[in-house]
Design a protein around this ligand. Structure first.
Ligand code: J2J
Length: 536
């Protein structure tokens, strides 16, 4: 049975096909088209995989999963870091028509439970190297809490849960049966602004197109040597054009566990990397490293640096070509769909000062005022969009969808933007209740709900505060029965099983939260207080 999701209306689907955006090919085609190629697809530490091998290994895993009784139309929860198995698993699942949600490696108990509750997966694939899976305790409770889970495979396990064995076992008669191209291929994660993290259904057709078009805009070819240093599961290094773009072009993906300069610079030099993608804080650290080492020599092969995920300051942007000796491309995208790029042949001013323009001619993007009316060029308002690769609804979230979309199917991303006469976008701020901590998104409500579980907490509000490196950090404002120290608050949240990046960087207690005239917590006031009182 097909997974439920909100489809594009027929007239849109017809148009997207007519224009050649939707090709009715499964995402697995990105790999299988190179099934007989001995070109290097992935380098992960000292392990090197050709396209032929990645395809064979994903066939093996697909076959093992079928033997274990996993069936087309079912779903999986996957948590793998920046390792070759991430891609092998992704393609294996798609080959047998199983839709995964790829949790970030930084996610903990709370996030995994939230995804499993929504998706009801039959399969869990994770890593013994993750603290949650070092012993069997979490697996045991997880399987007990989520009774749909029938199979658990763990990378690095030597026993009954061995993922490695399932990948190594030679496949016999794999019959690949991806879901139809206009159905859900997998679920992307939303940065979120609500209490529970939302899942974004992505179809083969829409995601494949976003990759094809990204490759055209970014000039990815078989010569592309891409360093994936951001979390592999994130939409940006996966599809903008990311690793999947590289695979489509038959280039080479080199994996790095994190974007630190000490790890990445030697990899760039060793593997002659010519393109990579970063978030702004990593750019700061790379520039700092170049200064400290008085050299950018190890970056000699690097031609293009993509920066996105959070606002890049013009000062930092201007330093990239000068100090790194490569071209900059700004990327303003979202897991929900729409991706904007500055173009490779744009004048430098535009590359430094804007977040690019939509990649597809049929991306419809406009700016709305508070009443939902369109604003003229240059004015700041809410980003509204729809198009051939922008989703039409979160998974199983009718209530939230009712407010996230207008009646014509335009998605409101919660970003405040301006569009200039040439169609270029600048991101000016945000309306959604989210903190963007150097590209890592924190839904305020999710953390506030967890804080309220503490017996001493009466009211809680999480707001952003400016930070010179990360752009934003988070501050929890609390009204408490008894005094609470920041360490205790963070310890409590950690015990609740929440990802480390979501822990408040600062905690402030006060008598009462300031309220707006309609009685909502006045977060603007709280942010202002922080701006005045920083640094603590
Ligand atoms: C300011 N804010 C930005 C930018 C994203 C490519 C690149 C990034 C993402 C991503 C992605 C920004 N300047 N350049 O999926 O394919 C903020 C906006 C946006 C939100 C989306 C991709 N680039 N943002 O970051 O789903 O607020 O996707 O709505 O994680 O990040 O976050 P996410």
């Amino acid at each position: 049975m097909a997974l439920p999701f909100t489809r594009w209306p027929d007239e849109f689907a017809r148009r997207y096909r007519e224009k050649g955006y939707w090709q009715d090919l499964p995402l697995t085609d990105i790999l299988t088209r190179h099934a007989h190629s001995d070109a290097t697809a992935v380098i992960d530490g000292d392990r090197t995989y050709s396209y032929r091998q990645v395809n064979q290994l994903s066939d093996n895993l697909a076959c093992s999963l079928q033997t274990l009784g996993i069936k087309r139309g079912e779903t999986a929860l996957v948590q793998l870091g920046n390792v070759a198995e991430f891609y092998i698993t992704f393609f294996a699942l798609l080959k047998i028509g199983v839709a995964p949600v790829n949790a970030l490696f930084s996610h903990q108990r709370n996030e995994l439970n939230a995804y499993a509750t929504q998706l009801k997966p039959v399969l869990l694939i994770a890593d013994r190297e993750h603290s949650l899976f070092a012993s069997d305790d979490f697996v045991t409770t997880f399987v007990a809490e989520h009774d749909t889970v029938r199979v658990v495979l763990l990378r690095g396990d030597r026993g009954e849960h061995a993922l490695d064995a399932a990948i190594d076992r030679p496949a016999e008669n794999v019959i690949t049966t991806p879901t139809p191209a206009d159905e859900v291929a997998f679920f992307q994660l939303s940065g979120g602004s609500t209490g529970t993290p939302k899942l974004i259904p992505r179809t083969h057709n829409d995601y494949y197109y976003s990759i094809v078009r990204s490759n055209e805009v970014c000039g990815f070819t078989a010569d592309t040597r891409y360093l994936c240093a951001l979390p592999a599961a994130h939409n940006y290094p996966m599809s903008s054009p990311g690793a999947l773009g590289v695979f489509l072009a038959q280039g080479c993906v080199v994996l790095a566990a994190d974007p630190s300069a000490t790890l990445c610079f030697p990899l760039i030099e060793k593997h002659r990397i010519n393109v990579t993608a970063l978030v702004p804080p990593a750019v700061s650290l790379w520039l700092q490293a170049i200064q400290e080492w008085s050299s950018n020599a190890s970056l000699a092969s690097l031609r293009l640096l993509q920066v996105g995920g959070a606002r890049l300051s013009t000062t930092l942007a201007a330093r990239i070509p000068a100090e790194m000796g490569c071209q900059l491309q700004q990327v303003f995208g979202m897991a929900e769909g729409l991706v904007n790029y500055t173009r490779l042949d744009d004048p430098i001013e535009r590359i430094i000062h804007t977040q690019g323009r939509p990649m597809c001619p049929d991306d419809e993007v406009w700016v709305a005022d508070e009443n939902g009316n369109p604003l003229p060029a240059g004015q700041v308002g809410r980003l509204m969009t729809r198009g051939p690769y922008t989703f039409r609804g979160y998974f199983n979230s009718p209530e939230h969808n009712a407010s996230a979309f207008d009646e014509h199917g335009f998605y409101s991303s919660g970003d405040l933007i301006a569009i200039d006469e040439q169609g270029y976008i600048t991101v000016q701020g945000r309306e959604k209740d989210q903190i963007n901590r150097g590209g890592e998104k924190i839904a305020a409500e999710e953390i506030e709900n967890l804080l309220l579980r503490h017996e001493a907490v009466i009211h809680a509000a999480l707001v952003s505060m400016e930070d010179s490196l990360l752009g934003e950090k988070s501050c929890a404002w609390l009204v408490t029965k008894t005094p609470l120290r920041a360490v205790a608050v963070r310890r409590f949240l950690r015990e609740q099983g929440v990802a480390e990046f979501k822990l408040p960087d600062r905690v402030e207690c006060l008598e009462a939260l300031p309220l707006t005239p309609v009685g909502k917590v006045d977060k603007k006031q709280l942010r202002q207080w922080l701006a005045q009182r920083t640094p603590a």
